[in-house]
Ligand binder design. Structure first.
Ligand code: G3H
Ligand code: 13P
Ligand code: ZN
Length: 340
């Protein structure tokens, strides 16, 4: 089967109440790890590349690695998604490079850092939706800006001020109506990277109740949770045991993600956990077998460690067992769907 659009996959997840891990990649081993886990668990997959990943890997390598995955795993539906597109041109070039889904992150300005105005976000996202849907490609938008409430406290902000960047449900409704996005990323207090929370997060810093509220208002909108690595203790420990220096930190507990999934979250972004797994495995080989210098000796265990994390997420989010159940549509077929 060809690379498939994300919309059909998320619709199936919504109809059957599960979530799908959207896993970031930068190289061949990461794509292989995801596909190994997908085959083992019979999971549909969303594989995503950031702008940084596209620059590092090069679109031609990325596209052909993804096509190799399609060829080698004909029974697994695979979405190739652009993570955090910062402009119309970035999204357009991804579509030209055969991505079947793009994120236009208009919650930030084109510099990818400065929070933007609602009007800018809605306008640029709508422009991407029009161009993408014309060729059957799915679009994810974002409303509210990602970032930790704890970080805000650390910077001296009150709870109210620290919560300001979170998604406003009124704006979420307006944004979905104005743009027609297929999926909506919401800001609920998570942040990218390993350092999300200084202790196991409670409801004052991780706002799953906000997801519940948005889901009540937009029951048919597929929500996306970014910054959703769980930063498992054992992965921190392996890195530190073999010479690394990860300060004690806490991620998003799996049971909180599952609460999100029960309330309309269909795409769960995970990158950091894969990075931690890979780094731990490589450090272990370097520390235990300093005489080794064949990259396969450390990249193979790294790939296996990432596959193990992917497999665990696929099972926990409920996508396992669903690869064969999704009725596959092509981007071409989605063109008519969007015309209706
Ligand atoms: O958005 C965050 C993802 O983890 C991608 O990270 O921009 O370093 O590739 P990156
Ligand atoms: P993590 O850093 O929590 O893995 O989040 C990844 C992400 O949101 C990619 O867009
Ligand atoms: Zn993200």
């Amino acid at each position: 089967m060809p690379l498939v659009p994300m919309r059909t996959m998320l619709d199936h997840a919504a109809e059957n109440n599960y979530g799908i891990a959207a896993l970031n990649v930068n190289n061949m081993e990461q794509i292989q790890a995801i596909m190994m886990a997908a085959e083992e668990t019979d999971s549909p997959v969303i594989i995503q590349a950031s702008r940084g990943a596209r620059k590092y890997t090069n679109d031609a390598f990325l596209r052909n690695l993804m096509l190799a995955a399609v060829e080698l795993y004909p029974n697994i539906p695979i979405v190739m998604h652009l993570d955090h597109g910062n402009s119309f041109d970035t999204c357009q070039s991804a579509i030209e490079q055969k991505f079947t889904s793009v994120m236009m992150d208009g919650s930030l300005s084109e510099d990818g850092k400065t929070p933007s105005a609602f009007e800018y976000n809605a306008e640029i996202t709508k422009k991407v939706v029009d161009a993408a849907h014309a060729v059957g490609v799915s679009v994810e938008g974002e409303i509210g800006a990602l970032g930790g409430i704890e970080d805000g406290h650390g910077a001296g902000l009150s709870q109210e001020e620290a919560m300001e960047p979170l998604t406003d449900p009124d704006q979420a409704e307006q944004f979905v109506a104005q743009t027609g996005v297929d999926a909506l990323a919401v800001a609920i207090g998570t942040s990218h990277g390993a350092y999300k929370f200084s202790k196991k997060p409670t409801g004052d810093v991780l706002k799953i109740d906000l997801i519940e509220e948005i889901h009540r208002r937009l029951p048919n909108t597929h929500m996306v949770m970014h910054g959703s690595s769980s930063v498992p203790q054992e992965l921190q420990d392996i890195i530190n045991e073999f010479g690394g220096d990860i300060k004690q930190t806490y991620g998003v507990p799996i049971e909180e993600i599952q609460r999100g999934i029960a309330n309309g979250v269909r795409k769960v972004n995970v990158d950091t956990d894969s990075r931690l797994a890979i780094t731990g495995a490589i450090r272990k080989v370097f520390a235990q077998s300093p005489e080794k210098f064949d990259p396969r000796d450390y990249l193979r265990p790294a790939r296996e460690a990432m596959a193990k994390v992917c497999k665990a997420r696929m099972i926990a989010f409920g996508q396992a067992g669903n690869a064969g159940k999704i009725k596959i549509t092509t981007c071409k077929e989605m063109v008519d769907f969007y015309k209706k």
